[in-house]
Write a protein that binds this ligand. Structure first.
Ligand SMILES: [Zn+2]
Length: 354
């Protein structure tokens, strides 16, 4: 209906205020085919239509709180074999109760369904692209680009905050850590800093090298960050292992951030003694062969220290892997299979003054 009706100005103001309040807490929140009434939970899929390659359906759950509050997106499985992060969100879908919740949680537990089903690390096997490098996506691109486009519109743009969950992939032995992405916007940075501390992982990378252009945001979290939404990335789990401790750390981290955002009652439990990391130094293999690690994830190394070696398939040495910087081993190759160009390890260089 759009008929012109003369109304008193006070009534018009009251209607406008009511509309604002209603816009902040819509009676129904729909993402893809998941449509939850206020105080309810719904499951469904984000449909990514077919294009130059096949369609995909990305699972999604919406927990629409009984009370008003912010919209938080929790996303995992861009890399479909980073299992601990996927299982953490599966647990949260079951665990989150809309009754005490203030606000709305959009949960996307497994972005890269083909990677999960086919046990292919790092990329979407449909088009060979990483599902955390193609944001904000393209409506007419390959499947990864189209999926990124749908997630940008349906999940990122409708959220106030986002947490992107990752972990060590099948070939990565990783110690848990998170990323804080400062933008220069003091207000947004203060909130994202409190979120990353509230999450509870004690090693935090200061990611100051992310693209600033929202049209070329590349990463999921950065797509939210460059759109003014305080957001973080977290990593736990390694090498196909779903360690209950890692899953629990991710679940309790999300709940603690929700307490910080006042979406749940109670106080958040921030990290007391964070280890801030100012830079990540990477070493990639220049040889193809068998990798033998000599240090473990989480070890502290000196620059130049021998961290592993690569031999050919009859045991002749090809490469001595040496730490590219002093710091903490964020991850090291988890498998004997090593080909030229693969990551051997990432060392986190500690920040001098956080
Ligand atoms: Zn990942």
């Amino acid at each position: 209906m759009g008929g012109a009706v003369a109304v008193g100005s006070r009534w018009a103001v009251a209607v406008a205020l009511f509309s604002l309040a209603a816009a902040a807490t819509p009676p129904r929140f729909t993402v893809g085919t998941a449509s939850a009434a206020r105080g309810q939970k719904a499951m469904g899929v984000l449909e990514v239509p077919p294009g130059v390659d096949a369609l995909t359906r990305i699972p999604v759950a919406v927990v629409h709180g009984a009370k008003p509050g912010p919209v938080l997106a929790l996303v995992a499985g861009a890399h479909g074999t980073e299992y601990a992060s996927i299982l953490a969100l599966e647990e949260l879908i079951q665990k989150l109760d809309p009754a005490p919740l203030a606000g709305t949680v959009i949960i996307v537990p497994l972005v890269n369904v083909a990677s999960f089903e086919q046990k292919v690390p790092h990329v979407n096997p449909v088009d060979g692209k990483s599902m955390n490098r193609m944001y904000p996506g393209k409506a007419d691109g390959t499947q990864t680009e189209r999926a990124s486009y749908v997630i940008t519109r349906e999940v990122v743009e409708r959220s106030d905050h986002l947490i992107d969950l990752h972990g060590g992939d099948l070939d990565e032995s990783l110690r848990p850590y998170s990323y804080w992405t400062p933008t220069g916007n003091a207000k947004q940075d203060a909130v994202s800093r409190q979120m990353v501390l509230a999450f509870g992982l004690d090693h935090i990378i200061i990611a100051s090298d992310r693209p600033r252009d929202p049209a070329a945001s590349r990463y999921l979290e950065n797509t939210a960050t460059t759109r003014g939404k305080a957001s973080i990335t977290v990593e736990a789990g390694y090498a196909g292992v779903s360690d209950p401790e890692d899953v629990a750390a991710l679940v309790s981290g999300c709940l603690s951030v929700m307490r910080y955002l006042k979406m749940l009652p109670g106080a958040s439990t921030p990290v007391e003694h964070p280890v801030w990391i100012e830079r990540v130094a990477s070493l990639t293999s220049t040889e193809t062969g068998i990798f033998y690690p000599l240090v473990r994830r989480g070890s502290y190394v000196e620059e130049g220290m021998k961290v592993g070696y690569v031999t050919d398939y009859v045991g002749r040495p090809l490469l001595e892997a040496r730490a590219p910087a002093a710091g903490v081993v964020l991850y090291i190759g988890a498998l004997p299979s090593m080909k030229k160009g693969d990551a051997i390890l990432n060392v986190g260089v500690l920040a001098k003054s956080p």
